[in-house]
Design a protein around this ligand. Structure first.
Ligand code: AMP
Ligand code: FES
Ligand code: ZN
Length: 309
């Protein structure tokens, strides 16, 4: 691979084919990676340099790399980490240990919310409901709601998640091919605040998943390597594998999908009306329907339990 293209001294260890760039570990971790995070946050006006933000940390590589690189790129931003214990046997325990070690090492305040003790259920309990065949998507709804609520209670300027380039491009392709154009807008890197929920932002919008992994690995950040047991065979894993194949044949493909998306968004926004948001009759939080997606799922869980007992 030769020498690093940035410093010209060290041996290059990482090839970024889409940029025709070979980098050494130091230039990658100290310059390239945090600089891209800084530029992304600034370009999309995610939050100002003195904001207070809640960072959703799952225990995985993305959120570990996110917390660390935000600290590097924005030393004046007040960070608080938020972790949801989803009650998934073994997986959740390992995730929590990693999150605790990470926050301790970075000296970041951590708030843990336990689904089981706060609300009496775990993600696996949805198996017995009509949502059981799509546990990952129920989990997504449950996480989104609680992270939003906790961020609102913390009174932060923004809720930050570790969704990376691959996550976004995979969701884009799936949403696009389903013909669900209205939903595409939800994949933007900044979603505005909906009182009382703060804005949601994705500083890794332009960060490939592989690079988040390498950053966490090179810096020996504590993160869990366990895969969620409910993820096997999921649509998103399959989609990401296919995108990796495409990217290997055609470097830069994922960025090109993102650029096309950014051109499409204003067209969608002015031609397809977005649903008016109202407030959920049950929980009182913003929703596009009279009862929000989260409350409908919790209701299914409760009625199932009522039938069983
Ligand atoms: P995923 O939905 O698992 O792809 O995760 C996307 C992002 O959601 C992660 O990068 C985190 O920012 C956040 N997230 C996922 N799981 C959790 C969790 N258990 N606790 C807090 N944040 C989470
Ligand atoms: Fe939610 Fe796996 S972490 S289903
Ligand atoms: Zn609700």
């Amino acid at each position: 691979m030769g020498r690093c293209k940035l410093c010209g001294k060290e041996k290059a260890e990482i090839r970024l084919a889409y940029a025709r760039l070979n980098l050494c570990r130091t230039c990658f971790t100290e310059k390239f990676f945090p600089n891209r995070v800084r530029r992304t946050v600034e370009a999309y006006k995610m939050f100002p340099a003195d904001a207070s933000v809640a960072v959703a940390v799952s225990g995985g590589k993305d959120s570990a790399a996110l917390l660390h690189s935000l600290r590097e790129a924005f030393p004046a931003v007040q960070l608080v980490a938020v972790h949801l214990d989803l009650g998934i046997p073994e997986y959740s325990e390992e995730a929590e240990r990693s999150v605790e070690a990470l926050c301790r090492s970075l000296n970041v305040k951590l708030k843990i919310y336990r689904l089981k003790s706060e609300e009496g259920f775990a993600i696996g309990d949805f198996k017995a409901t009509r949502y059981g065949s799509k546990l990952c998507s129920v989990c997504g709804v449950v996480k989104r709601r609680r992270l939003g609520r906790i961020a609102a209670e913390l009174g932060v300027d923004a809720l930050v998640t570790g969704h990376n380039l691959d996550d976004t491009v995979e969701s884009l392709m799936a949403t696009f091919t389903a013909g669900d154009f209205q939903q595409l807008v939800r994949l933007k890197p900044v979603l505005p605040a909906q009182q009382p929920l703060p804005r949601k932002v994705k500083p890794f919008y332009r960060t490939p998943e592989r690079e988040a992994f390498l950053y966490a690995e090179f810096l020996s950040l504590p993160f869990s390597r366990q895969k969620c047991p409910y993820l096997s065979g999921s649509r998103s894993l399959r989609g990401k594998r296919l995108l990796d194949l495409w990217e290997s044949e055609e470097p830069g493909f994922k960025y090109r999908v993102l650029s096309a998306f950014e051109k499409l968004i204003p067209l969608i926004e002015c031609s397809i009306p977005q649903p008016e948001y109202m407030y959920c009759k049950v929980c009182g939080l913003p929703s596009s329907q009279p009862v929000c997606a989260d409350c409908r799922r919790i209701e299914a869980l409760k009625s199932r339990n009522a039938v069983r007992t």
